[in-house]
Design a protein around this ligand. Structure first.
Ligand SMILES: Nc1ncnc2c1ncn2[C@@H]1O[C@H](COP(=O)(O)OP(=O)(O)OP(=O)(O)O)[C@@H](O)[C@H]1O
Ligand SMILES: [Mg+2]
Length: 374
C-alpha cells in the first residue's frame, strides 16, 4: 500500500501542511527539533490511532490549539481510501471513506505501518513487557481477530484481578464468579497464546534469513515464544484453553493470596537466540542491533502474507545507528518493495548512492521543502 497524500492541521509543530509522497523512498532531512519524528508519528497515528511516543492524545495537539487533524489517502489494490483522524478534548473521531467509524477497532487495519526507531533496540534488551507490547501492537495490525481477543483478555484480566483482591481482603467470599472469570479469561487467553505462537513462527522464518544475510552467513537467529503452557505448533486453541483453565483451578488459592492473576499470556516473553545463545544476555551490541533489525524487516513480509498488502516502513534516525554493511542490507531489502519514510539529520554517501530515486524533503520548523535531486 502507498500513502499518496498527507494533510496535517495543528498536529504537534505543524500548522497546516499538505504533502504528496513518493511511492518509493521519502527522505525527511533536517536539524534537530524541526519536526522529523513528528511527521513519522503522524503517519503512525493515522495507521493505529495511537502514538508510539505517548499514550496521551492531547500531546498531539499543537500547544496553541484545541484540536488537531490528520488525514491522508491510501492507495491499495482495491482502490483509494481516504482516512481521517480528529483529536480534541472530547476524544478522537476516525473516518474511513468520509464515514465516521463507531469503533476505533473498525478503523485500524486500513493503513499498515511498521516503525523502526533507535529505541526499538530495546525489543531485544528491554523488559518482557516491551516484547509483549510489541506482539500485541504488531499482531493486532495484521489480524482484527487478534485485536479483539487481546482486548477482551485485557478487560477480563482487570476484572479478575479486582475480584481476586476483594477475595484476598475478604470483601467477597463467593468463588463462583471467580471461576466464571477464570473460564472466560482462559478462553480469550488461549486464542492470544496460539495466535502469538503462530505469528512468531512465521516471523522467525523471514527474520532468520535476513539475519543470516546481514551477518554475512556467520550467525543464525531463532525466536522462541516463552509461555507457561509450553505450546508448540500443533497445540490447538481448545488444548491451550483446557491447560490454562486447569492452571487457574489448581492455583486458585495462590492467586487469591497474591491478589493477582499469575498465569496467562500477560506473563509471556520472546527469547532471541543467536547461534543458540540468548542474545539478550550474551549478545554484543551489534548482534542485538542486527536481531532487532531482522525482526522488524521480517514484519514487512509477515504483514504482506497476512493482509495481502505491503505495509509502509517508517525509519526514524536509523541509518546513523548502523554501520555501512547494515545500512546497505537495510536499503537493499526495502528497495522497490515498500514505501519508505526515513528521517535523518544528514544523508551518508552510502545511503545517497543506494537509494533509488528518492524524494528528499527538507524540514524546518514544521514546514517542508522538496529538494531537487539529480
Ligand atoms: N504539541 C506540540 N505543539 C507544538 N510543538 C510541539 C508539540 N509537541 C512537540 N513539539 C515540538 O516539535 C519539535 C520537533 O520535534 P521532533 O521530535 O519532530 O524533532 P526531530 O526533527 O525529530 O528532531 P531530532 O533530530 O532531535 O530527533 C520539538 O521542538 C517539540 O518541542
Ligand atoms: Mg526525531
Amino acid at each position: 500500500m502507498i500513502l499518496t497524500e498527507l494533510h496535517l492541521h495543528h498536529f504537534r509543530n505543524y500548522q497546516d501542511l499538505t504533502v504528496h509522497f513518493n511511492p518509493g523512498v521519502n527522505v525527511l532531512i533536517g536539524h534537530n527539533a524541526q519536526g522529523k519524528t513528528n511527521m513519522l508519528e503522524a503517519i503512525y497515528v493515522l495507521s493505529l490511532t495511537k502514538s508510539h511516543r505517548t499514550s496521551n492524545d492531547h500531546e498531539l495537539i499543537n500547544w496553541q490549539e484545541k484540536s488537531a487533524l490528520i488525514s491522508g489517502t491510501v492507495e491499495k489494490s482495491i482502490g483509494k481510501i481516504p482516512l481521517e483522524l480528529q483529536f480534541s478534548s472530547k476524544g478522537k473521531k476516525a473516518k474511513v471513506n468520509h464515514l465516521e467509524q463507531a469503533r476505533l477497532s473498525q478503523y485500524v487495519g486500513q493503513l499498515n505501518a511498521i516503525l523502526f526507531a533507535p529505541e526499538d533496540l530495546s525489543l531485544v534488551k528491554g523488559s518482557p513487557a516491551l516484547r509483549r507490547h510489541f506482539m500485541d501492537r504488531e499482531f493486532s495490525q495484521m489480524s482484527s481477530k487478534y485485536l479483539y481477543n487481546a482486548g477482551q483478555y485485557r478487560t477480563l484480566l482487570r476484572q479478575k484481578n479486582k475480584y481476586l483482591k476483594q477475595l484476598k481482603y475478604k470483601q467477597q467470599t463467593d468463588r463462583v464468579l471467580l471461576r466464571v472469570l477464570s473460564d472466560q479469561l482462559a478462553a480469550f487467553g488461549a486464542e492470544v497464546i496460539i495466535a502469538r505462537q503462530h505469528f512468531l513462527k512465521h516471523l522467525e522464518g523471514w527474520a532468520a534469513d535476513l539475519h543470516q544475510e546481514i551477518s554475512l552467513n556467520k550467525e543464525s537467529l531463532r525466536l522462541e515464544y516463552v509461555n507457561q503452557l509450553k505450546v508448540n505448533d500443533e497445540t490447538t486453541v481448545e488444548e491451550a484453553y483446557q491447560a490454562l483453565f486447569k492452571l487457574y483451578q489448581d492455583n486458585e488459592r495462590r492467586e487469591i493470596e497474591q491478589g493477582t492473576t499469575i498465569y496467562g499470556p500477560h506473563r509471556d516473553d520472546i527469547r532471541f537466540l543467536v547461534n543458540d545463545k540468548n542474545v539478550q544476555a550474551f549478545g554484543s551490541q551489534g548482534q542485538q542491533r542486527t536481531t532487532a533489525l531482522s525482526v522488524k524487516l521480517a514484519e514487512i513480509d509477515l504483514m504482506k502474507e497476512q493482509t495481502g498488502e505491503y505495509p509502509l516502513l517508517l525509519l526514524d534516525d536509523v541509518l546513523s545507528e548502523l554501520d555501512t554493511i547494515r545500512q546497505t542490507h537495510l536499503l537493499t531489502a526495502i528497495q522497490n518493495k515498500v514505501q519508505t519514510f526515513l528521517t535523518t539529520t544528514s544523508l551518508s554517501d552510502v545511503a545517497r548512492q543506494l537509494i533509488n530515486e528518492p524524494t528528499i524533503f527538507e524540514i524546518e520548523h514544521g514546514t517542508l521543502n522538496k529538494e531537487e535531486v539529480k
